[in-house]
Design a protein around this ligand. Structure first.
Ligand SMILES: Nc1ncnc2c1ncn2[C@@H]1O[C@H](COP(=O)(O)OP(=O)(O)OP(=O)(O)O)[C@@H](O)[C@H]1O
Ligand SMILES: [Mg+2]
Length: 246
């Protein structure tokens, strides 16, 4: 299979949590490929393994079995140190609960991953200012997270996820805690990112969010049970080569 365009790739991915009676197969033999520029949405009931899958793809958790590849490089076998480096350089996470640093301003929160990825202070500041502008928050750069609304905090979190210019943005319920107006703001940002060719994996319960994707997979009990192309044909000429594994 030609996988030159795959930014994220997983084969036979398994993750079990717990021991004995309480053992759960959170992710159960999942295979996927997300080509450059594709937006993949993952939907499914609570507890079906969506967050676990996202954590495995981004190297936040290690699989019990199977393989994860990022831009052609296998990551599940990396040392902790190399894995952390890969995350800092290549992955942008958007968490459901924002996870902003409360003591830092909006701008400083966004600067942080840029600094960690190796930008100079000046570059990081410039990038944070551009990103805050992109998410419509130029006027809030000096505010602390506690001085922002839920929707504004989530927009800071999206800007932060982009600060290291990641190969892929992994978003876990990015609109989960937001009202309709804030959801639409975040949705617009994801649509802009998609238009700009950003590779995205979005876990969501919201049909409106899923509708912005190129492809939608449904999960049940750790497995993919459905796979739908939303943009008609496989995306950007690569999708024909890309399929779920059995
Ligand atoms: N650290 C853990 N220890 C034990 N079990 C866990 C752990 N993390 C997740 N699980 C279990 O693994 C399964 C999948 O959890 P996961 O958080 O991936 O689900 P999810 O699809 O993201 O759910 P939700 O939509 O509620 O966020 C669940 O049954 C959960 O209880
Ligand atoms: Mg979850």
């Amino acid at each position: 299979m030609n996988v030159s365009g795959a930014v994220v790739r997983a084969r036979g991915l398994v993750k079990t949590h717990g021991q004995g009676q309480s053992r759960v197969r959170a992710v159960d033999e999942v295979g996927l490929e997300v080509p450059q520029g594709q937006t993949l949405a993952v939907m499914g009931p609570s507890g079906c393994g969506k967050s676990t899958l996202l954590h495995l793809l981004g190297g936040l958790e290690r699989p019990t079995g199977g393989e994860v590849w990022m831009a052609g490089r296998r990551i599940d076998t990396l040392s902790e140190r190399a894995l952390a480096r890969m995350r800092r350089r290549s992955v942008g996470f958007v968490f459901q609960a924002f996870h902003l640093v409360e003591e830092l301003s909006a701008a400083e929160n966004v600067e942080l991953p840029a600094l960690l990825a190796g930008c100079s202070r000046r570059q990081a500041r410039r990038r944070a200012s551009l990103l805050l502008e992109q998410v419509g928050l130029s006027g809030r750069a000096r505010h602390l997270p506690s001085q922002l609304s839920g929707g504004q905090r989530q927009r800071v979190a999206v800007a932060r996820a982009l600060a290291n210019d990641p190969l892929v943005v992994l978003a876990d319920e990015p609109t989960g805690n937001l009202d309709t107006a804030a959801t639409l703001d975040v949705l617009r940002i994801f649509e802009d990112l998609r238009s700009a060719g950003q590779t995205l994996v979005i876990v969501t319960h919201d049909e409106r969010v899923a509708a912005t994707a190129d492809r939608l997979v449904s999960m049940r009990d750790g497995m993919f049970v459905d796979d739908t192309w939303l943009t008609g044909s496989p995306t950007r000429g690569l999708g024909g080569l890309i399929g779920l594994e059995e």
